[in-house]
Design a binder for this molecule. Structure first.
Ligand code: AMP
Length: 286
């Protein structure tokens, strides 16, 4: 595995790799866990060359957010990426990707606006700007993202389409801890007590889905079923929970054949997001 930081070196390595076969790309912010590694494994199986980037992107953090204290462990990340058979680990610096005088950003309008976009103004603009830059430099055949960040997958899919990137998007399932908590680099910052209540987020989503699959189609009672669980832990602060169209992310009053529940909470000052795709009974019965 080559571990490099400069753009020209990356371009050189990728040029040779592209001539020899297909390129897979897994962008990350590091503090690698099983969720990231599952993406790398799938990418490794499907392509000839695996490029992984590791960059804590300041542009996607708000001024009051956790950019400074975001977990970082380069030595351990190197070991893990090598263990998964990555061919390239790219760790650009902030100056490399955002040299002084940089002026261009990429923004996806509609699908970025709701949910995470509403709670974290500018977040997706930061995400799409950095991902567009990374894609432009790596030029992979396939891009691997986790369903854990559901809205992010929708936003990036839209960007790929709108900017005519010739890339196949691969969405990988959310990897969870035994109690259902979605793995996240931020989980390391949870106190033992907060770690316990954090698992309520997925439990709430599962309960809401079960309710929907039992025949309830109205969004209000479905969401209420989830809220009852979240509200059982006063230390869990709800940011949002919504039932929405799986593609456009527009809020739904009743479930359809393509609906997803999205939720975000805070506990102990740590922000957690999760989601679950619903399949109404009519679909399951088919
Ligand atoms: P991050 O380092 O948090 O920016 O995540 C990098 C990539 O890993 C994104 O595509 C995430 O959706 C994905 N990812 C993060 N956590 C998980 C998880 N628990 N399961 C699957 N994919 C994940």
């Amino acid at each position: 595995m080559r571990s490099v930081s400069g753009i020209q070196t990356v371009r050189r390595i990728l040029k040779t790799a592209r001539a020899a076969g297909t390129i897979a790309f897994v962008p990350t912010m590091g503090a690698l866990h099983e969720g990231h590694l599952s993406l790398m494994r799938k990418a490794r199986r499907e392509c000839d060359f695996l490029a992984v980037s590791l960059f804590v992107n300041p542009l996607q953090f708000g001024p009051q957010e956790d950019f400074e204290i975001y977990p970082r462990d380069l030595a351990e990340d190197r070991r893990k990426a090598r263990g998964e058979g990555a061919d390239l680990l790219w760790t650009p610096s902030v100056k490399t990707l955002y040299p002084s005088g940089f002026q261009t950003t990429v923004e996806v309008s509609y699908v970025s606006r709701l949910w995470e976009g509403a709670s974290r103004p500018g977040h997706f603009k930061g995400v799409t700007t950095v991902v567009a830059k990374l894609l432009q430099i790596i030029q992979p055949h396939r891009l691997y993202l986790g369903q854990k960040d559901y809205q992010q997958t929708c936003v990036i899919r839209q960007m790929i389409r709108d900017l005519h990137f010739d890339i196949r998007l691969r969405i990988c399932p959310t990897i969870r801890e035994k109690d259902g908590l979605a793995m996240s680099s931020r989980n390391t910052r949870l106190s033992p007590a907060a770690r316990e209540t954090a698992s309520l987020l997925y439990r709430a989503l599962l309960t809401a889905r079960r309710y929907a699959l039992s025949g309830e189609r109205r969004a209000k009672p479905i969401l209420q079923a989830a809220l009852a669980i979240l509200e059982s832990a006063p230390s869990l602060k709800l940011d949002y929970i919504g039932l929405c169209d799986a593609k456009t992310l527009a809020p739904l009053e009743v479930t359809t054949s393509r609906a997803v529940l999205l939720a975000a909470v805070q506990t102990d000052g740590v922000r957690l997001i999760d989601n679950i795709v619903l399949r109404p009974r009519t679909m399951m019965d088919k």
